[in-house]
Ligand binder design. Sequence first.
Ligand SMILES: [Zn+2]
Length: 64
Amino acid sequence: MSNEKKERRCKSCGKLLLDEKLPFCRRCVIEGRDTVGMVGGAVGVLAVTALNVVARVKSDSDRK
Ligand SMILES: [Zn+2]
């Protein structure tokens, strides 16, 4: 009857958790980390793009 109270399920996909300390299963934790990495990469690309634009504008003004 009170088994459900003991059960812990992943809050993302609903998979039964055995001894995970997080409220998410391993797969979702790994996927979440990948998502964070992708966001970080996108921010890095944006920063590099911005630097390139600044460098191009600077070189253009140097040429004049
Ligand atoms: Zn999950």
